[in-house]
Design a protein around this ligand. Structure first.
Ligand SMILES: Nc1ncnc2c1ncn2[C@@H]1O[C@H](COP(=O)(O)OP(=O)(O)OP(=O)(O)O)[C@@H](O)[C@H]1O
Ligand SMILES: [Mg+2]
Length: 255
């Protein structure tokens, strides 16, 4: 199953005591069925807020969000989030964390175990399956969060810097794994990242956000054919688009 995401004139204000924080203003975009879209933007411009809105964790002050035609009013099994803080269950083992969510999908114990094993293997964490999150490094915890989300194979995958804590080798390996999975499942993916190369290598489209209040500054189409392989990063076309997106991002950071 796949889902289209439509964000239509969405604004959001946070209220902190008597202070109003205009986090997002008049955001509109559409992510087509099975499209892979990346969001880049400076810290504090509202990227996580955008993810939380689509996930249904928070509600827009104005505007509408629909996923597969249905208005988003609460979290749902069609949308799974890899949160910036990993949000693991600290009292559950790594394996139990990854199995969580599969029960809700109606998988039996044996199927849950097999699925968890598949994704723990993918993120190279089989040796730590019976450990608890606090016994792992930050990058390992991040991989547990990724495995937990991928295992559910949701229609929409909403990822907030899912590879940020990883070394370059692991990051590149998981980028390729993510592409391989997506090629099979064609889930609709929204990925927040601070890594320009990651956005260009993975996505079909890139939204560049700017802050105060958060808005979309520019939208880029990423035209590189698929399947993509690591040497794409070295091509002139990749470098030229990277320069263009970087200029937009620097302007967004400057305000
Ligand atoms: N729960 C909250 N209450 C009040 N203000 C908030 C809350 N969450 C976020 N904000 C504010 O909203 C703005 C956007 O925050 P958000 O976390 O969405 O940014 P971000 O783009 O994800 O940043 P980063 O790249 O650092 O993760 C910031 O000014 C932040 O201080
Ligand atoms: Mg964030």
């Amino acid at each position: 199953m796949r889902s289209e995401i439509i964000v239509d004139k969405v604004s959001l204000q946070y209220y902190n005591g008597n202070e109003t924080i205009p986090a997002l203003a008049d955001i509109s975009f559409r992510i087509a069925l099975g499209e892979f879209c990346a969001i880049l933007g400076p810290s504090g411009c509202g990227k996580s807020t955008m993810i939380n809105l689509i996930a249904g964790f928070i509600t827009a002050t104005s505007g509408f969000i629909t996923v597969n035609g249905a208005p988003v009013s609460a979290p749902g099994p069609d949308r799974v989030v890899v949160a910036q803080d990993y949000s693991l269950f600290l009292w559950k083992t790594v394996r139990a964390n990854v199995e969580f969510g599969l029960k809700a999908r109606g998988l039996r114990a044996g199927e849950r175990r097999a699925m968890a094993q598949k994704y723990l293997d993918l993120v190279h964490l089989i040796p730590f399956a019976d450990n608890y999150p606090l016994e792992l490094s930050g990058g390992m915890r991040q991989r547990v969060a990724l495995a937990r989300a991928l295992a559910v194979e949701p229609a929409c995958l909403l990822m907030d810097e899912p590879l940020a804590a990883l070394d370059m080798q692991m990051r590149h390996y998981l980028q390729d794994e993510l592409l391989a999975i997506w090629t099979q499942t064609r889930q609709t993916i929204l990925l927040v990242t601070h890594d320009l190369d990651e956005a260009l290598y993975l996505a079909d489209c890139i939204l560049v956000m700017a802050a105060r209040p958060g808005h979309i500054r520019a939208t880029f189409t990423v035209p590189f054919p698929r399947p993509r392989s690591p040497d794409l990063r070295l091509t002139d076309g990749f470098q030229a688009l990277k320069r263009e997106v970087a200029m937009s991002l620097y302007a967004a950071v400057a305000g």
